[in-house]
Design a protein around this ligand. Structure first.
Ligand SMILES: O=P(O)(O)OC[C@@]1(O)O[C@H](CO)[C@@H](O)[C@@H]1O
Length: 497
């Protein structure tokens, strides 16, 4: 029998393991610099592939936007509501509108006080669950300044919507509608210049070279139409607007050198092979930019390149000047056809504008032009999540021959609004929108107005940083970037790009 007195029978005072053959101990995760790009499984809306831009980054446009621009935009919106209030007479409606103002003032306090992002109040709208799920999952405890800029800014516009959606009489009120209409009516010169050139049904030249030149010019018009952005250029004079919207051929030749990442010619080579195809526009701004989009889309139909164009707009007032259904109807019915916006315009000019407006309405009637407004476009998600969060929309887009994303915000959403190295390729920076099976050809037409920039040689970025600080927000530079998508190696674009 074993003796209890033997040393081996006693419990050891300390257990020692010899770990000499195991791999060396890892340093604490927090001491290790995070590796970028993040592996796909670690990517989420609070952790994009590269570090997100956030409001507290003083070097970024996020800081100025969250700290100064958004409160200014909101103050202007409150003034707009007061203008409406002063023209109202029914007491019930007046009091209801004053409640909206009170909610707007609360939002202003939250912005100034950098409040935590609270859930959206259930106003019965279909998007509430989506918003609150995203807040609970990724942004619990985050505030306006330390949440990723993309989300915090989108959230502000959803909160602004809530100010009205909780009312009795003002649910559909658009605080930006007045500004959007005003700016268009001050764009007369460029509006009539385009109408003069494109209102007559086009004799589309059979020579591909000629077609290509027109296509290149129209694409640039569509691109630079994005310069008139109300959220940035709040106090423009008529002269400023004219300069921004100058559409003459020489001007366009000169501006091509400001397209820093330029797939314009590849785009032309691909689009001009299409016959009776479908192009989708994910729209950006209402008014003059939308007008340029429509002129472009009109030509694509007349040239036989497309038999259908689908326009995607926003369900709610969004980033000040984004297109809503009301803006769409306004431009066709009022601005182009039946309104009296341009009082001093010669009859000939008005005639050309109306002729174009009539043709566009006819396209709509015949289903050649379709306006859609999927709720996903007004969420805080980037387009890296489009397939996951809105598979029906992804499926729909994947049936298109080309999806054109207009403007800066769409570009931020395509690229997750994060610190991608500038020389990253566009397909790499848009992730699943380029690589998921079925991803359509995607083109971004964007004047550069915020920090994330991709598809540009590193040395060009370095030179501009040195010589023109502020070049990323001036709107002077642009990109036209193309991704072939992932429709299989037999797709038409695979042969071109
Ligand atoms: O999408 P858009 O109209 O081209 O630009 C939107 C914008 O003005 O708003 C954001 C900042 O508030 C930036 O993305 C961008 O500068």
């Amino acid at each position: 029998m074993a003796s209890k007195a033997h040393p081996s029978a006693k419990a050891p005072s300390k257990t020692m393991l010899n770990l000499g053959n195991l791999p060396p101990r890892q340093k604490q995760a927090e001491n290790k610099p995070a590796a970028y790009p993040r592996t796909p499984t670690r990517v989420n809306p609070n952790q994009p592939p590269w570090p997100a831009y956030r409001g507290y980054h003083e070097y970024s446009f996020a800081h100025a936007t969250m700290g100064v621009r958004l409160p200014t935009i909101l103050a202007k919106a409150i003034n707009d509501v007061y203008q409406t209030l002063n023209q109202e007479y029914d007491e019930g409606r007046v009091l209801d509108l004053l409640d909206c103002v009170e909610r707007m003032q609360q939002l202003m306090d939250d912005l100034h006080g950098n409040a935590k992002l609270r859930p959206i109040v259930d106003d019965g709208a279909g998007d509430v669950a989506l918003w609150n799920k995203e807040i609970a999952k990724f942004f619990r405890g985050k505030d306006f300044m330390n949440a990723p800029w993309l989300f915090a800014e989108a959230y502000k516009y959803r909160r602004l919507r809530e100010c009205f959606s909780l009312s009795k009489y003002w649910v559909e009120y658009d605080v930006f509608f007045r500004q959007k209409c005003d700016t268009f009516s001050r764009s007369a010169q460029a509006v009539f210049e385009l109408a003069a050139r494109f209102s007559e049904p086009q004799q589309i030249q059979s020579s591909t070279e000629k077609n290509k030149l027109i296509f290149l010019e129209l694409t640039q018009i569509c691109l630079w139409g994005n310069s008139t952005d109300l959220s940035l250029l709040i106090d423009m004079t008529e002269e400023d607007i004219k300069n921004l919207q100058s559409t003459g051929g020489e001007h366009l030749a000169a501006t091509e050198k400001n397209i820093l990442g330029n797939d314009l010619h590849k785009l032309a080579d691909y689009v001009l092979t299409l016959k009776g195809g479908r192009v989708d526009f994910v729209l950006d701004n209402a008014g003059f930019e939308l007008y340029c989009d429509l002129v472009y889309a009109d030509w694509l139909i007349q040239a036989g390149i497309c038999s259908q164009i689908v326009f995607h707009g926003k369900r709610i007032p969004w980033f000040v000047s984004d297109v809503t259904r009301k803006d769409w109807d306004w431009i066709l019915n009022t601005a182009c056809l039946h309104g009296h916006l341009f009082e001093d315009a010669p009859e000939e000019d008005m005639h050309q504008l109306r002729a174009m407006g009539r043709r566009w309405k006819q396209y709509e009637k015949e289903g050649k032009w379709k306006y859609e407004q999927h709720p996903f476009w007004c969420t805080g998600f980037s387009f890296w999540d489009l397939n996951n969060e809105a598979p029906d929309l992804f499926q729909y887009l994947s049936e298109s021959d080309l999806v054109i994303f207009k403007g800066d915000l769409n570009h931020r959403k395509l690229t997750y609004d994060c610190h991608f190295p500038i020389q990253s390729t566009f397909p790499n920076a848009i992730g699943p929108m380029a690589s998921d099976p079925g991803a359509p050809p995607v083109c971004s037409l964007r004047t550069i107005k915020s920090d994330v920039v991709v598809g540009i040689p590193e040395e060009v970025g370095a030179r501009l940083d040195e010589e023109e600080p502020g070049w990323k927000i001036s709107g002077k530079y642009a990109v036209v970037l193309l991704s072939a998508g992932n429709k299989g190696k037999d797709s038409a674009i695979a042969a071109q790009v």
